[in-house]
Design a protein around this ligand. Structure first.
Ligand code: GLY
Length: 336
């Protein structure tokens, strides 16, 4: 069953003090960057970083919600990057079996991907997002003023997901990204707003059609299967790991689908324009070991997202041995 879609608000306003009625969840990084925003509010602050995306943090938030006397009518607002919104959504969905909640993503990655889709949760050991819910936020406020404090590496991180949408669905977007670069979008508010809205539309369309990932929502995992394993093993930023994961998928597609070698080559060039890597010296066996524990595996292998062409993707069940071969060729940078 499709739960109701969130209300989207697009704005560019220097963040103002928040309403006192809601309870806010953020990390120390955002809390320190925007002290005036949180003045006089009930705000729960936790330490930033993937290592804090855990049940312990949710327990801490639950304890704080109780102290703030949160009840079923209290709205929770997660303000931050993907880790904050994933945890805030999960904590709000489980406290008293669910409070109303919404998000204000503060990173490009959060705006184009992590805040949208309703998947909330935490990691467990090496398993990313193993525990969680699918529950849509009531609203998402996309305030691009937050991006003014976004560090360089976070721009690349977000662009990995933008490039992913272009590869999967939108060859015109792929061409546009090729004509521009990070500096262009950072200096051109209108182009950036349009870009964010295009990505929001793609993700929303897919989630609305298949909220529980029984079909086409799986496509959004392009680059994320090996990508998540590499991210977890090497503590690599999400976007960089997804970039490498997308190239691994192109290597697989050449062998499994006979996809043209130029697809991976074009993608590698585009990734480098957005300061994203195409190769990395990972340990193939370690990556395979993590993949064998992947949520998407079944008895015979893993459903992998492959590109037939730029803008055209498919879901293919692959054995671990064909994935292993592609990992070896990507590690050696043999194709691209
Ligand atoms: N929260 C990210 C997603 O639902 O895809």
């Amino acid at each position: 069953m499709q739960s109701s879609s969130p209300k989207y608000i697009f704005q560019h306003s220097n963040p103002k003090p928040l309403p006192a009625k809601s309870i806010f969840i953020t990390d120390t990084h955002i809390h320190e960057l925007y002290p005036n925003l949180f003045k006089g509010t009930r705000t729960i602050v936790f330490r930033p970083g993937e290592e804090h995306k855990t049940q312990e943090t949710v327990q801490y938030i639950t304890k704080e919600l109780l102290q703030f006397e949160a009840h079923r009518k209290t709205t929770i607002v997660g303000i931050g990057g993907g880790i904050v919104t994933d945890i805030a959504g999960y904590a709000a969905s489980t406290y008293m079996r669910g409070l109303p909640f919404g998000f204000m993503p503060t990173t490009l990655l959060g705006m184009v991907d992590a805040a949208i889709g309703g998947k909330n949760g935490v990691n467990y050991g090496l398993h990313k997002n193993l525990v969680g819910t699918i529950n849509q936020p009531g609203f998402i406020i996309f305030d691009t003023a937050f991006l003014e404090t976004l560090p360089d590496h976070e721009w690349s991180n977000g662009f990995a997901e933008v490039i992913k949408y272009a590869c999967l669905f939108d060859s015109a977007l792929f061409d546009e990204l090729n004509r521009n670069d990070i500096r262009y979008y950072r200096n051109n508010k209108e182009a950036l707003n349009t870009l964010i809205q295009i990505c929001v539309q793609w993700k929303t369309k897919i989630v609305n059609e298949d909220e529980h990932e029984n079909g086409n929502r799986k496509l959004l995992n392009f680059g994320h299967t090996a990508g998540h394993a590499i991210e977890t093993l090497y503590h690599m930023p999400h976007g960089q790991a997804v970039a490498i994961g997308m190239i691994i998928a192109c290597n697989i597609a050449e062998k499994e689908l006979g996809a043209d070698v130029s697809i991976g080559q074009k993608l590698a060039l585009l990734l480098s324009k957005y300061d994203l890597p195409a190769t990395f010296d990972f340990n193939v066996q370690e990556v395979i070991n993590v993949l064998t524990m992947d949520k998407k595996r079944n008895d015979t292998g893993i459903e992998y997202i492959l590109l037939k062409n730029i803008g055209e993707a498919c879901i293919t069940l692959l054995s671990f041995s064909s994935i292993e071969q592609a990992l070896v060729s990507t590690k050696n940078g043999s194709n691209h």
